[in-house]
Structure formats: structure tokens, C-alpha cells
Design a protein around this ligand. Structure first.
Ligand code: ATP
Ligand code: LTN
Length: 333
């Protein structure tokens, strides 16, 4: 156990998880669980950086945890916990806010994209300093690798910069983590706008498929998925909608895009979409049974997140204690 490299990652309970979260990240997390010492967090503190109803946040937090387990994460092998249960995340975040520059945060593209869509008087300091909380999540566990999607690369570069800055200013304190971004670039796009990524916080529910969507909803969303007027199943950038559907098909079945294209030669989009809907339904059906079971057994979920937080807390406290000492905070005990 001691020799295993440490992995940390998290998802926001900003909604229920989508097929994009599953194919782009979660499936990969499951594959890593035997080989690494993994910490997978439900980052609920990040989810309040934009307005969020408390009852939805509570519901989505448990759903995300249930989704993690149902997708195959084994609570006996990995540490599963809720971010707000380990106070060290907020505490380290304050210190690291004082080692992160205003200019650096202003250059974060996720901040620029999200804030552009908001009224200027609705953009909070929390949204601006969101990346420092993420930096803290990662550095608290002396993480080696962070498996995320391409969209998080810039935040990981910031994590490395802040870790190195702190280590140089004081002495070796944090492990400098590496991004672990899957090479096949599995980015699942919106079914309604295939040029933007499928996202659980999208206002249009036809744009995403949720892990918890019922078969009828999946069939309906696939039927409505935006394609083009070519009518030929081909894998190229001029047909982004079809390309995205091929990617989903390929990710689930492990067939190559060429195989899929030749299988649908001479067949229209209707059959192609119907088949994908069934492939997704088959993939998600056992996961959904587990999600239903878990959400009916809240006591079991509670046990998992409590013991996860206890394990995480021990590691996180150790790092935080070092940091407090280095910056000159007087220890209480
Ligand atoms: P939000 O819509 O609230 O911004 P999100 O659905 O984009 O959230 P996150 O919680 O920000 O999801 O991301 C969790 C993980 O899932 C990250 O590693 C991210 O890169 C990955 N991910 C999210 N959406 C996709 C997608 N469409 N395709 C592939 N990976 C994705
Ligand atoms: N910002 C990430 C979620 C996230 C995260 C993390 C990912 C918060 N803390 C730590 C990896 C490691 C996102 O929006 N996907």
C-alpha cells in the first residue's frame, strides 16, 4: 500500500453525472483502483461557486457518491469522501490563496468562460478562487497523478506552479503532481451542440444523457440528437454530431471508428441512433440497478462517506500541519 502512487480526483455535484463524466473520467478511475492509492472526492464546496439550491446540492452529493460506487469504484479499495467533511481543504485553501496571484486566477479559461455567461454582479470571489481550492484538494494528499479531462489541464498547471512556489519559498512540502489525461481524448460532446462538451449543468436536458436516465429518455434524447443533412455515417470534423455519436459507440463497445463506419455503410442515421440508444441502455442498466439500490440504502452510503472522511482526514491533517508550521502559525498542540 505504502509504495503505491497516489491518485486524487473529484467531480462536482452540480447535477447528476452524465455519460460524459462516465466515459471521459469515471470508467478510467475504476481501471486505476487496483494499481494506485486512490482518493475520489465529491467536491461539494466547488459546487456552490455558482448558485445552487441546498436541497439539490444534498441530493446531488449523495447521487454522485452512489454513481461512483455503481460505476465500479470499490469502497474497500479506494477512499471515497465528501470534500466539506475534511476541513483541511478549506484551511489549506486559505493559505494557498495567499500564494496564488490575482493575475494567475484571472487567466483561468474556466473562470473566463463561466463568468462571461453571468451578470457581472453575480460573479463571486468563490468562483474566482475556485482553482485554489482545487489546488488544495490535490496537494493535501501528496498526490502523484490527477486523472481528469483535457478541460482541467490549466488548473493542474496552476497546481504545479503553486506547489513549486511554496516548496521554493520554504522547503520541500508538497509533492508536485502530474496530470493524467487519457490520450484518446475522450471528450463527449453535447447532443444538442456537438461543438461544446456534454455538461451536467447544461440548461437543456436534451443535451446530455444522465447515468440515471430511464431507457425511454435515452431513446428520446438520441432521436433528437443534432446531426447534419449528409445522411452518411462518417467520422470527420465536418460532421461533429455524427462523430460524437461514433465516439460514444466506440467508447462503450471498444470497436474502432472505422469498424463502426463500415457497419453503417448504406444505412441512415435513424438506425444508427436507435442502435446507439440500445448500446447505452445496455451499458447503463446494471449501473442503474446499483444506483437505485444504493439510494435506497442511505445508511450504507453514510458508512462509506464517514469512513472515507476519516481516512482522508488523517493524511490531509499531516500535510496541513506541515504547512501551518512553515508559514509561521503557532501550533495549538
Ligand atoms: P459542470 O457542468 O458542472 O461544469 P461537468 O459535467 O463538466 O460539470 P465536472 O464535475 O466539472 O463535470 O468534471 C468531472 C470530470 O469529468 C472531469 O475530469 C472532467 O474532465 C470530466 N468530464 C466532464 N464532462 C466531460 C465530457 N463531456 N467528456 C469527457 N469528460 C468529461
Ligand atoms: N475542477 C474540477 C473538479 C475538481 C477536481 C479537484 C478534479 C475539483 N477538485 C481535484 C481533480 C482534482 C472540474 O471541474 N472537473
Amino acid at each position: 500500500m505504502e509504495d503505491k502512487k497516489v491518485i486524487f480526483s473529484g467531480m462536482q455535484p452540480s447535477g447528476s453525472l452524465t455519460l460524459g463524466n462516465y466515459l471521459g473520467a469515471l470508467k478510467n478511475w475504476v481501471n486505476l483502483q487496483n494499481e494506485y492509492d486512490c482518493y475520489y472526492c465529491v467536491v461539494n464546496m466547488h459546487a456552490i461557486t455558482v448558485p445552487k439550491e441546498p436541497k439539490d446540492l444534498r441530493k446531488n452529493t449523495l447521487e454522485v457518491l452512489a454513481n461512483y460506487i455503481a460505476a465500479g469504484l470499490d469502497p474497500e479499495l479506494v477512499t471515497l469522501f465528501i470534500q466539506s467533511h475534511v476541513a483541511a481543504h478549506a484551511e489549506l485553501s486559505w493559505v494557498l490563496n495567499c500564494f496564488t496571484y490575482y493575475g494567475e486566477l484571472g487567466r483561468m479559461t474556466q473562470f473566463k468562460d463561466k463568468s462571461k455567461k453571468m451578470e457581472s454582479n453575480a460573479i463571486t470571489a468563490g468562483l474566482f478562487t475556485y482553482p485554489t481550492l482545487m489546488v488544495s484538494d490535490i496537494l493535501l494528499y501528496q498526490t502523484d497523478l490527477v486523472p481528469v479531462g483535457e478541460d482541467q489541464r490549466q488548473h493542474l498547471e496552476l497546481t504545479r506552479d503553486v506547489a513549486q512556489r511554496f516548496n521554493n519559498r520554504f522547503s520541500e512540502t508538497f509533492k508536485v503532481p502530474e496530470p493524467f489525461i487519457s490520450k484518446d481524448g475522450a471528450k463527449i460532446m453535447s447532443l444538442q451542440d456537438p461543438t461544446s462538451k456534454m455538461s451536467k449543468s447544461d440548461a437543456n436536458e436534451n443535451s446530455y444523457i444522465l447515468l440515471m436516465d430511464k431507457p425511454d429518455a435515452i431513446r428520446r434524447k438520441l432521436k433528437r440528437a443534432v446531426t447534419d443533412s449528409e445522411g452518411v455515417v462518417r467520422y470527420n470534423d465536418t460532421q461533429p454530431g455524427v462523430k460524437n455519436l461514433i465516439n460514444i459507440y466506440s467508447k462503450i463497445t471498444n470497436k474502432s471508428s472505422q469498424e463502426i463506419v463500415s457497419e453503417y455503410e448504406g444505412k441512415g442515421y435513424a438506425k444508427f441512433k436507435d442502435d446507439i440508444a440500445e448500446i447505452i441502455i445496455n451499458e447503463l442498466s446494471p449501473i442503474q440497478d446499483k444506483i437505485d439500490y444504493l439510494l435506497k440504502n442511505k445508511d450504507y452510503l453514510e458508512k462509506i462517506y464517514i469512513s472515507g472522511a476519516e481516512k482522508a482526514e488523517k493524511v490531509a491533517r499531516k500535510t496541513l500541519r506541515k504547512v501551518y508550521k512553515k508559514v509561521g502559525f503557532i501550533p495549538r498542540f
